[in-house]
Structures are given as structure tokens and as C-alpha cells.
Design a protein. Structure first.
Length: 337
């Protein structure tokens, strides 16, 4: 299904973690505001530009700017950065800055942003509200926001964590149907990883459903979810996530790619900040430089007999080796004949 619908290419999206400040209190995430144990940072405009230049040098087609819900990342400041990247490089720009207002999303789209990532985490509304306190009463619903994001002309990315305490198999099945109902262009699926400095990870917040229904937070469940998402949403871009590499350092990313994923997200953030973007503990790829991550991921892609995609790799871009290397492919066909 993966090969037929999106080809053998694996697209590289350079991840820039631009700020670890967050005003939210998500019960599972190390960046939650109440976590005083974490030292916070915010990248400068120049540091972000350097990362974008580096992405282009390394041959990536996209940069993903991700952060907590940081009010000091003003809409205008982000718009200027997006505009600069779009004018100075050939990169696609993906934003992942949390639940932001419609007028902000609209401004960034007008500035040239191509894609927006906002996982809905679980389609079980009760569980979602338990682990995701609203910032303001009557705050936005993530599913509604994803529909607005699509309506603005972004490629929209949603996704879920697998193995959240209190998550049932029924709700996971519902998650897959929701990917389809939203017609998502990108689907991020990763394991839930307990963080001791959060209410969910420390056990202070307990699940309310029966234990026999609990989905385990194990890699096998994530591979199954990736495979099912690929079957139900055949042309979506699906990353093999850093969280998978965190729970299986040697094989996690490769097994995600083998299960149906076609995207990886090498980290471009300056090494000095990586440890501080501690969503969950023992995160993979925090000591390496951007160059190390590039080499490592390309090596993994080639070891699977696949190849790194060229260009921006938006949804529906089916690349085969023949399409990017026509001469070599026809020579190869002649030799085989
Ligand atoms: N603030 C933005 C948002 O919430 O969409 C973007 C940054 S947030 C850190 C990116 C993703 O990290 C979340 O959507 C969530 O799925 C994932 N995440 C956070 N805490 C996690 C945990 N303990 N285990 C696994 N994934 C986690
Ligand atoms: Fe903030 Fe996003 Fe983490 Fe929630 S998941 S605490 S919004 S960074």
C-alpha cells in the first residue's frame, strides 16, 4: 500500500524546536507550564534562519518549526520568519505551534506557510479533556481547528499518542476513522512516554477506565497503528517519529518506515537546546549535531532499499527511483534486459 500510493521515497523534514516555553498544562508533556524543573529557551530569529539555511544545504525540502504555546512568539514575528524562509530558500514551511487563533493561522498562511501540525492526541473526548485542560473556558476544539486549518489551504497534520493511560482499543479504532474523516494530509503517530515530572507520568492523575481495555504503550502497537493509518489513508504523509526511536534506539525509525511510514524528521535544533526540549525523558538524538542526524537517517533509509525524497514532498507526490533518476533507471533496465 505504501509503495503503490506514495512510492519508495522517504521525505526528510528538518525539525526546529524554536521555543520550550508553554502556557498549557497538558498532563503528559514535560513542557507543561507547571514543570518548574525545566530550563526554558526561545531561539532567536538569526538562529532559526541558520537552521533553515542548514536544512537547504543538507538537501531537505521542508522545515518544521515547533514550539510550546508560547505567547511571546507573536503572530507578526512568526509571519516575518515564514516570509524570510519562503523568500530566501526553496523550502516548504510547516508550523506546529499549538492551538492558535484563526486570524494568526490566516496571517501565517498568507505569509507563505504551507502546512500546520496539530495532533488531536485521542478521539476519546472524555480522555482528551482529562489530560488536556483548556487554557480558556470554551477554548478551541482541536478537530474544529484542523478543519479550519484545511479550509485556509494548509496541508493539515493531525495524529495521536498510543498507550495513553485510560486509552481503549475502541478509541484507537475511532482515531483511525477520524484521520480519514478529516482527510488529513499528514498523520503523526507515536508512543506515549511517561514523564515523571507530569501528573500523568508520576501517577498523580489516574485513568478512569477498566485496566483490561488499556492500550499498551509499546512499539508493536505503534507499528500496527501506522500500518492501519496507511491502509485507511493511503496517500497521507506519515512520519516514523522520534518517540519511536526513543523507545527502540536501533530499529524504531526503520520499523516505523517498514510499517508504512514515508517521512522522517531529522533534528536541526542547535545541540545546546535539544536537551531542554524535554517533552519526555531520554529523547533520542539530543547529543548529535544536525550533520550527524542527517547522515544517520540517510544511512537508515538506504539500508531499507529506499531513498531520500527530492523537493518539498507534499501530499500526493509519488516519487519512484525512476522519476528522480530517469537516466540511471533506464540504464539499469537495459542492463537487466
Ligand atoms: N505545543 C504544540 C502542540 O501541542 O501541538 C507542539 C509541541 S508538542 C510537544 C508536540 C507533540 O508532542 C504533542 O502533540 C504530543 O503528541 C507529543 N508529546 C508530548 N508529550 C509526550 C509524551 N509524554 N509522550 C509522547 N509524546 C508526547
Ligand atoms: Fe505545551 Fe504542546 Fe506540551 Fe501541551 S503538548 S504542554 S501545548 S508543548
Amino acid at each position: 500500500m505504501r509503495k503503490r500510493n506514495v512510492g519508495d521515497a522517504v521525505h526528510l523534514r528538518g525539525l526546529i524546536e524554536i521555543s520550550s516555553h508553554c502556557a498549557r498544562q497538558c498532563m503528559y508533556c514535560g513542557l507543561r507550564q507547571a514543570n518548574r524543573a525545566l530550563q526554558r529557551y526561545r531561539m532567536t530569529r538569526e538562529e532559526i534562519f541558520d537552521c533553515a539555511r542548514q536544512a537547504e544545504k543538507l538537501g531537505y525540502g521542508t522545515v518544521v518549526m515547533q514550539a510550546g504555546e508560547d505567547d511571546l512568539l507573536t503572530a507578526e514575528w512568526i509571519a516575518e520568519i515564514v516570509q524570510w524562509i519562503k523568500c530566501e530558500t526553496t523550502l516548504a514551511v510547516t508550523l506546529s505551534l499549538g492551538e492558535r487563533r484563526f486570524d494568526e493561522l490566516k496571517l501565517w498562511r498568507a505569509a507563505g506557510a504551507d502546512r500546520y501540525l496539530l495532533r488531536f492526541e485521542t478521539s476519546d473526548a472524555k480522555l482528551f479533556h482529562t489530560i488536556h485542560p483548556q487554557r480558556f473556558p470554551g477554548g478551541p476544539d482541536r478537530l474544529a481547528l484542523l478543519r479550519q486549518i484545511k479550509a485556509l489551504g494548509y496541508e493539515a497534520g493531525g495524529g495521536v499518542m498510543v498507550g495513553i493511560p485510560g486509552q481503549s482499543f475502541d478509541s484507537l479504532a475511532e482515531d483511525i476513522l477520524t484521520f480519514r474523516a478529516l482527510d488529513l494530509d499528514m498523520i503523526g503517530i507515536g508512543p506515549y512516554i511517561a514523564h515523571a515530572d507530569t501528573p500523568l507520568g508520576s501517577g498523580a492523575l489516574r485513568p478512569t477506565i477498566l485496566p483490561f481495555e488499556q492500550v499498551p504503550a509499546v512499539e508493536g502497537m505503534v507499528y500496527k497503528m501506522i500500518a492501519l493509518a496507511r491502509i485507511v489513508c493511503p496517500t497521507a504523509n506519515i512520519p516514523s517519529t522520534t518517540a519511536l526511536a526513543t523507545i527502540n534506539r536501533l530499529e524504531g525509525r526503520k520499523l516505523g518506515l517498514k510499517a508504512g511510514a514515508n517521512v522522517v524528521m531529522p533534528n536541526l535544533s542547535p545541540t545546546k537546546y535539544r536537551r531542554l526540549y524535554e517533552i519526555y525523558p531520554e529523547k533520542a538524538c539530543i547529543e548529535e549535531s544536525a550533520i550527524d542526524c542527517n547522515q544517520c537517517l540517510r544511512g537508515q533509509i538506504h539500508s531499507l532499499g529506499r531513498f531520500a525524497g527530492e523537493g518539498q514532498g507534499g501530499r500526493g507526490a509519488v516519487e519512484t527511483l525512476a522519476s528522480i533518476l530517469p537516466d540511471v533507471s533506464s540504464r539499469f533496465a537495459q542492463l537487466q534486459a
